[in-house]
Write a protein that binds this ligand. Structure first.
Ligand SMILES: [Mg+2]
Length: 258
């Protein structure tokens, strides 16, 4: 997974999937490979936790920290363009990330300040031991997700928007290609990831903290719906039950106690 975040013909030595489209992964993700689609008779995880990253596995969003410390003043109001329907969520986020003019060391220090759950590795191990596979779905950028997961020594399937940092050009985020879960709106269709797992008969849990998580969160059973922040507010308004959490590793404790 070392050179993830690089898509596009001829760049980064990306393999292709035979259709001419770049395949940014060495192979399908674990739950996809071991699931019923590819190996109907092979045993595999029967439970899947689909998790948001920013604000869910981490304390803070990369975007929020970038807006506070990395973005130059006087930028256009891209979120306003998004709210008015003139930009997609992906386009607005990409525009902000491309406006970063700090050097890479400064940007990486900002990534560190996101506050990844220090117990993530232990929690993932615990979940796996209990039969849960874990995948990350993020409308943010895979570039910083991979940095933090690698530092934590955690290898997870990540469905996100690839990207790379180029000094003077910013964090260059691209839409995923070759993914079965592409979304023109956010890049990654989190609800489609959940639906695909439900369709294969897996027990599916979802954890998130933001508005882009709402559709996916609605799909899972009440007892497997974990929320904080804006997502919790959305669900509360809808009268939809969920289990609150402060740190991601608490989800592992709650699922293990089921
Ligand atoms: Mg989030």
């Amino acid at each position: 997974m070392g050179s993830t975040g690089r898509v596009g013909a001829g760049r980064g030595g990306a393999a292709t999937d035979g259709s001419g489209r770049p395949d940014r992964r060495a192979g399908p993700p674990s739950w996809y490979t071991r699931g019923m689609i590819h190996h109907p008779d092979a045993p595999g995880p029967t439970k899947l936790l689909v998790s948001d990253f920013d604000g869910t596995m981490t304390r803070d969003d990369f975007y929020k920290l970038a807006a506070e410390s990395l973005l130059p003043p006087g930028l256009p109001d891209y979120w306003g363009e998004y709210r008015d329907g003139r930009m997609t969520h992906f386009q607005a986020l990409r525009a902000y990330f491309a406006a970063i003019r700090a050097d890479e060391a400064t940007v990486r220090r900002t990534v560190e300040r996101m506050g990844l759950d220090p117990n993530l590795k232990e929690a993932v191990s615990r979940l796996r031991g209990d039969g849960w596979d874990v995948v990350v779905t993020s409308a943010g950028c895979e570039w910083y997700i991979r940095i933090l997961l690698a530092e934590a020594g955690v290898d997870l399937t990540v469905w996100s928007n690839p990207g790379r940092f180029v000094a003077g050009e910013g964090l260059l985020m691209e839409p995923p290609t070759g993914s079965p879960f592409e979304s023109p709106e956010t890049g990654v269709d989190k609800a489609a990831v959940v639906r695909a797992a439900l369709d294969r008969g897996l027990a599916v849990a979802f954890a998130g903290d933001g508005f882009p998580d709402a559709e996916a969160a609605r799909l899972v059973p009440d007892g497997l719906r974990f929320a904080r922040g804006d997502l919790a507010a959305v669900l509360r308004n809808e009268g939809r039950p969920f289990r609150p959490f402060d740190r991601w590793s608490q989800i592992a404790e709650m699922l293990a106690a089921r």
